[in-house]
Design a protein around this ligand. Structure first.
Ligand code: SAH
Length: 373
């Protein structure tokens, strides 16, 4: 007798719509192959890359080296629009602008463009949400939705470069000078897409935007395997490590991945990065009142960093909705700076640009807000 047939039912796995492929997902050589796959001559891949990265053009009708009747379809094939602006909000007299983008599957991410007297910086998202679960960060509270593709990351950067060139920021046309991976997400948890995006930034025209690697900052919770891979990559971006406290006991709480890679291991990986690239790294430290801002912790941090080629970036905590934590008192912040300086550790206090528009650190979790608008 044959066994009765048992029917098992499973929940259908969530099928995500695949992100359309974009030439920014590929290396310059692969872009030529991509063109061929659409039945186009390989050089079309180079021509379109030139329009995209060198001319920042999103108007195929102006691509005069491509026959007029083919322009739109080639643009749709090689540079499909991956991010759609939902809304922009500005503050600081227009010099800070937060853009909310909708991706092809309805997922929302944000980027922030900031014009200073000497530079223009864009802070971009590498993931929708974040899986690192740091309790003081708004993005961390929502969990990870998905990784962004290199195209989706690069589109945020190219949109920022275009906004600068088109004179959308007060002060007239300018050039995008700095890119920081400090928006939503943990960049080293989306390693390949982030590296492709970094190369799109640093490769000279027409393969990329031709912005120097030192103007790019990759900020991480301290994924040691990712830092080690980055060290092998041979691109000298600025590495920023979100330390937030010099002791493992508290860091296990503030940055939960610390239970996988502790402070000693993270700093050793950052030191190796510094040795290999010659680039000083940054230590990010969100000052949280009565949590990590005591003078004994400043002292411990000073001792930890005094013989390292690191710079401390203190960030006044930007309280997230519902959080019991808040920024440090001014006098505690000043004392923290003084103690670090007594160890000759370079230290700056980050400005708090974009606070009124929820565009400051850790506040880029616009998805919920928009849904409830
Ligand atoms: N996942 C990366 C990038 C995150 S955002 C990382 O953790 O480094 C960039 C910086 O903003 C990080 O140092 C992060 O810890 C910090 N940050 C997050 N939430 C914050 C908040 N509410 N106030 C101040 N800084 C915050």
């Amino acid at each position: 007798m044959s066994a009765p047939e048992i029917k098992l039912t499973f929940d259908e796995p969530v099928q995500r719509k695949k992100v359309p492929k974009h030439l920014a997902d590929y290396s310059p050589d692969e872009r030529r192959e991509m063109a061929k796959q659409f039945g186009l001559p390989a050089y079309r891949g180079v021509q379109v890359a030139t329009h995209y990265f060198s001319h920042l053009s999103n108007d195929p009708q102006s691509w005069s080296d491509i026959p007029a009747e083919m322009r739109q379809s080639i643009a749709d094939q090689l540079t499909p629009q991956l991010i759609h602006l939902v809304k922009s909000v500005t503050c600081d007299a227009g010099t800070t602008r937060k853009d909310l983008w909708k991706l092809h599957d309805g997922v929302l991410v944000e980027s922030v463009l900031m014009r200073y007297t000497d530079r223009v910086t864009v802070c971009i998202s590498s993931q929708a949400g974040c899986g690192m679960n740091c309790p003081f960060c708004a993005t961390g509270q929502a969990g990870l939705t998905r990784n962004l593709s290199a195209g989706e990351i690069t589109e945020q950067i190219v949109a920022a470069a275009r906004a600068c060139a088109d004179g959308e920021l007060p002060g007239g046309p300018t050039r995008l000078s700095n890119i920081v991976f400090m928006g939503m997400g943990e960049p080293l948890a989306n390693y390949n897409a982030v590296i492709r995006s970094v190369r799109n930034i640093t490769d000279p025209n027409p393969d990329g935007l031709g912005i120097s690697a030192r103007s790019v900052t990759v900020s991480t919770v301290g994924l040691v395997n990712g830092i080690e891979k980055l060290t092998q990559e041979g691109i000298a971006v600025t590495l920023a490590v979100s330390l937030h406290t010099p002791d493992d006991e508290l860091r296990d709480t503030l940055v939960p991945i610390n239970s996988r890679w502790n402070i000693k291991e993270v700093l050793a990986a950052a030191d190796a990065y510094e040795k290999s690239t010659g680039r000083r790294y940054s230590i990010e430290y969100a000052l949280i009142r009565d949590i990590n801002d005591q003078s004994w912790r400043a002292d411990l941090l000073g001792r930890l960093l005094k013989n390292r080629n690191a710079h401390v970036n203190l960030i006044p905590l930007n309280p997230t909705p519902g959080s019991k934590w808040t920024a440090s008192r001014r006098e505690d912040e000043a004392e923290f700076v003084r103690i670090l300086e007594s160890y000759a550790v370079p230290v700056t206090v980050r400005d708090t640009r974009g606070r009124e528009i929820d565009g400051a650190c850790g506040q880029l979790a616009g998805a919920e807000k928009i849904k409830s608008d």
